[in-house]
Design a protein around this ligand. Structure first.
Ligand code: OGA
Ligand code: NI
Length: 211
């Protein structure tokens, strides 16, 4: 059947989004790691990259912690700095990002009965030479984090830049390169992972869907 009307394939189109999410969920179901190379469109990725770099240059980032707000010796465990996104910032691109996440959460709750009630996301910057040692994305005394999502914003990433996400699964490990627009999605309590030492400044948005 040929439709005579035009369905815009923009990222706000519900039709396009559900197709997008379906292939992501399929890759998650098959391999426990959902990966989508172009989860956010290039224009939105470059606006968020601009936001991140602007906030970092204005000293709005702080060191990431390891437990429930315990920073202690975390620098030997993780070397990244973070800044939380918030709709209250009334930033156009942050809000577009949250609109996309909202659509994804709706999809997960409707088609996968995921029971997601809230989420949290931060901008992340790993300086040259930093890493994040092998860990699970759950706090010792709080298991509300259901799914981890990492969206990379690195415009120009080459193999020798390092900084791969290494995910451990079934006694094997998988290396994922942090290229711009890519989303990685997995169950927070299930897969141990680490960030290998980066030879170039490495940027992303990291977040958790919570029950
Ligand atoms: C994290 C994390 C992975 C990445 O922030 O918990 O594991 O690739 N990030 O940035
Ligand atoms: Ni993690």
């Amino acid at each position: 059947m040929v439709y005579s009307f035009y369905i815009p394939l923009t990222f706000t189109s519900t039709l396009y989004l559900s197709h997008h999410f379906e292939s992501l969920i399929n890759s998650y179901i098959i391999s426990k790691i959902g990966i989508q190379d172009h989860f956010i469109p290039p224009e939105l990725a470059s606006s968020l990259r601009y936001n991140l770099q602007n906030l970092f240059s204005r000293n709005k980032f702080h060191l990431g912690g390891t437990g429930n707000d315990i920073i202690d010796d975390s620098k030997v465990f993780r070397g990244d700095s973070i800044h939380w996104l918030d709709r209250k910032h009334e930033d156009t691109f942050e809000n577009m990002f949250f609109d996309l996440i909202d659509a994804f959460v709706l999809y997960l709750n409707e088609y996968c009965y995921a029971g997601i009630k809230s989420y949290e996301f931060h901008y992340t910057l790993y300086p040259v030479g930093s890493f994040y040692k092998k860990h699970l994305d759950q706090f010792r005394n709080n298991d509300s984090r259901q799914f981890s999502m990492i969206i990379y914003l690195n415009a120009d990433w080459h193999k020798n830049d390092g900084g791969e996400l290494k995910v451990y699964k079934d006694s094997k490990s998988h290396l994922i390169s942090p290229t711009s627009g890519k989303l990685v999605f997995f169950k927070s309590s299930e897969l141990e992972h680490e960030v290998l030492i980066t030879n170039k400044e490495r940027i992303s948005i990291t977040g958790w869907l919570k029950s």
